[in-house]
Write a protein that binds this ligand. Sequence first.
Ligand SMILES: [Mn+2]
Length: 450
Amino acid sequence: MRKNFRDGRVGGEIQKVISELLRNELKDKRLSAMISITDVKATKDASFATVYFTVLGERVDHDAYEEEKKDVLEALNGAKGLIRGRICQELQLRHAPDLAFRVDESLEYGRHIESVIRDIHDKETMSFEKIADVLDEQETILLFPHKSPDGDALGSSCGLAFVLRELDKHVHVIVDESVPVALQFLDNGLILKSSDVSRHFQDGYDLAILIDNAEPTRLPDGAKELFSKASKTMCIDHHITSTPAYDYNLIDSTRAATAEIIYDILAEYVEEIPEKAAEAVYAGIVTDTGRFSYANTTPRTMEIACELLKLGVSPSDVSKRIYQSNSPAKLKIEGLVFDTIEYLYSNMCAIAYMTQDMMRSVGAIDEDTEGISEALRSVRGVELAIFLRETEEGKVKISMRSQDFFDASQLASHFGGGGHKRAAGFITSKPLEEIIALLKEQVSARIHER
Ligand SMILES: [Mn+2]
């Protein structure tokens, strides 16, 4: 028996079926983007339907976004057979409707997008209570902060892991690189290299948690392999580009730090957060907010910090450990780098560089060079700071920071790199002098546009 649909009903039904398929079954890599079916206009007899969709994401690069939409369209067309079959089945139709996929470019898009994001958020991310329940059910857990872990990645991981260990879970934080000296106090015996993890874990374990990033592909190789051995996966992150693609997701891009989210989970999970865990969470917040000075700092950030102090955290201790533990080589290498500064275009641009020879001459290591880009940007009048460093492999790594208007990510993408408007970078095999000359050309063209 054929179903009769009221006006507009059939479109809504088809929309539900496709959304469900996108969420759970269509595994095409091109469909891993945040896709939303915004509308379906179908004929009354359900013989034909136009399906409107949008692709959400960070529009850093217009061309890349256009490419992405094209990819999604191709993938949807490729899955048309499956989608039609499912619609036929779910709506109990005799014949599957013919489908046409279109990008939704309606004027309502802007108004719509907010509710779409809210929708996805509600569907895909979980409550702190639910996350706490899930954690409680696991016995063996590994936490994975991102590559070259910073204060937030390590503070969040170690804070959560500390509590899990107190609750008798078998838990480690996996870091394959050396932990920066200034952050070693967060360890508390929790950090382990992937190669040192016991057989027990190598053969498989309950839960892997990605912390402060949503891409296991960005983990070092050993960690990546270990990540894949977990029965279930979880992601806790605050990056805007992250898509909730795991068994359990807690992604909130309104947060200043992943550590803020960890605080809320712990507050839900345990009666009282132990001081050591509170200290780690606090370290994550302090570092990701630039000691509460960046634009991401919110009233909620301060409230959480306040609660952490009440739990016994000493802000001066944490600050001393993180910010007053520079190596003797740090000021030496900074001296050498600052000596190379060139101010251009009425001091609007500052460029400085560092070679491996310079590092060797003062015995500096990578972590000694942290913060140099920010220091360059701190000069009055400097809109764009560019710091070039020679890598051990003889390439040149460029990091750029801008102050108010210069789009650093756009400049970086010109050279094949990427990032955010105010912080971006790229790597090149070109010699140092050549890339400096090329950068000057590009910066000059762009900075004078204004
Ligand atoms: Mn972070």
